[in-house]
Design a binder for this molecule. Sequence first.
Ligand SMILES: [Fe+2]
Ligand SMILES: [Fe+2]
Length: 271
Amino acid sequence: MDRGPAYDFGGATFDLNDTRDREIVRFVLSQALYGEATGVYCGRSLFAARSLEAADFYIRQARQEIAHLRLFADIFRALEIEPLPGHWVIRLLSSHNDYYPLKVFLEHAVGEGMVLDVFKDLLLATLPDSDPRVVPIKKKLRVVCSDESEHVAWGEKQTAAILAESPWLKTPFYGLFQLQMMTLPLAVRALRSQAEGHPVLRHLDGFVRHVQARATEQGRRLGFVPAKEPNAVGKAAAISAGLLLYTRSRFAKSRSRLEKIYLTELGFAEK
Ligand SMILES: [Fe+2]
Ligand SMILES: [Fe+2]
């Protein structure tokens, strides 16, 4: 997994003793907390796991996500702030999908890729080391980031395998990716009014562009973003194909797998 260079905030940090900055950090951390709560539901994917390797992954991931949930709760307590409800864009982006190809692509590869951008490139860079509460907070965040990198790597590996098996999925995946990228500016709109003159938030648009460029590069590497950008008609067609696939996926029934494949997976002859 090659993430490329991190966004450069030029050393700008939040002031955790300033009321306005505390509100901004509260908003960002609240989205993280909501995302981690829904992350725990990855345990549901165990039912449809296609291999013992996948089953192992989802068991480990569920434990990690529940640990992240508690780590973020500790961060709220350390900073003496109360969580807010999840933003509607975050709720939308973190909704569970039972259709395995969309799950690994939307949630793990792209979704958790963006989570990593926020935790690693934004929070680790902009929480001030001069504040004594921040050292233990960053220690926790680094643990979370290392786990999230694993989740993204899994998503990328599975997405690449699925696209090799079913190349027709590239177009709808590209359409859904376009929609995901369009929702990003909506998620940060709540912060825009405070961006002017703020040392960190004045980077808001630059950071969003960085996340979009990083995710686009990831998509090229995995093969669902075409090397040459399609024209408006091509993009609209991909978006329609993506929406159709997404709608169908909402009715997809998760099918159990392990009792059908366990003999082969364990190296015994098929009966
Ligand atoms: Fe997590
Ligand atoms: Fe995760």
